[in-house]
Design a protein around this ligand. Structure first.
Ligand code: AMP
Length: 290
């Protein structure tokens, strides 16, 4: 496995392979790799001839009050995982390489970024959309894989690829969870033992909502109430949002019909957790009214 740090060397490597007709798969990450990332890397490995994983803790998607400086950076373990999974290139650019002096272009996807994570974290999705566009421009992959864990992010990436004609096939893979349902996340290591014990409640609340919908309940107010009641079992968890949304526009629904996504974000101490459950019921139609 090669480690590449400069944008020029990365672009040259990709260009050479593309000219040989090799298909390039790409998994962008911020490192601190876990089994969720591993599942994306494995899926990409099966679907492409050459595989690039980027490890870049992107400063432009963190606000000044967020955890950029303490974000975990176990680079030796990350490289070992990439090697184990047959990654060809680990692309580790510096912030200076991606955002040199004079950098000014930004990419925004306003409607999809307006609510939920976008409302809780202003500028976050502009940072994500801009860095993904840049990474695609450097790596020029045929295929890129993203996790459903970050549902809104995946929706936004699909939209920007289509809007900007980037010509990258996007695949979204299911969320990998711990045995108790907690979605794997690089930030989970910062949960205290008590916080870790109650963290799966978010998954349980979303699952309760999912079961109601699958059981025929379509009234969103009732579904949201049950999800909130599940969270009340742990008063130290602060709910930021628990919402029933259209799976494509992410606008809130008033009545669920054939498809929805349940989105949730909570805070435990200083750690934010997000999760979601897509739900499908054949034979009914949803209404967006809020
Ligand atoms: P991150 O390193 O957190 O920026 O995530 C890099 C990619 O891994 C994103 O596409 C995430 O959605 C995906 N990812 C993170 N956690 C999980 C998980 N538990 N299951 C599946 N994919 C994940």
């Amino acid at each position: 496995m090669k480690t590449i740090r400069t944008t020029r060397a990365m672009a040259a490597w990709s260009e050479r392979l593309r000219r040989e007709g090799v298909t390039i798969g790409f998994v962008p990450t911020m490192g601190a790799l876990h089994d969720g990332h591993r599942s994306l890397i494995r899926a990409a490995r099966l679907r492409s001839d050459a595989l690039v994983v980027s490890i870049f803790v992107n400063p432009s998607q963190f606000s000044p009050t967020e955890d950029l400086s303490t974000y975990p950076r176990p680079i030796t373990n990350d490289r070992a995982l990439c090697r184990e999974e047959g990654v060809d290139v680990c692309f580790e650019p510096t912030a200076q390489a991606l955002y040199p002096q004079g950098f000014q272009t930004i990419v925004t996807v306003p409607a999809l970024a307006r609510r939920w994570e976008g409302a809780a974290r202003p500028h976050h999705f502009t940072g994500v959309a801009t860095v993904v566009t840049k990474l695609f421009g450097i790596v020029r992959p045929n295929l890129a894989l993203f996790g459903q864990k970050d549902y809104q992010q995946a929706a936004l990436v699909r939209q920007l690829v289509e809007d900007l004609n980037l010509g990258v096939a996007i695949q979204v893979r299911p969320t990998v969870r711990e045995r108790d349902g907690l979605a794997m996340s690089s930030r989970n290591i910062y949960l205290s033992a008590d916080e870790r014990r109650i963290a799966p409640l978010l998954f349980q609340a979303l699952r309760a909502g999912q079961e109601m919908i699958e059981g025929g309940i379509s009234d969103v107010a009732m579904i949201e109430q049950i999800m909130c009641q599940t969270m009340e079992q742990a008063p130290t968890i602060h709910v930021e949002y628990l919402a029933v949304c259209d799976p494509n526009s992410l606008e809130p629904l008033s009545v669920v019909a054939d498809r929805a996504v349940l989105l949730g974000a909570v805070r435990l101490g200083s750690i934010r957790l997000i999760d979601n459950r897509p739900v499908k019921i054949p034979g009914r139609k949803s209404r967006t009214t809020r």
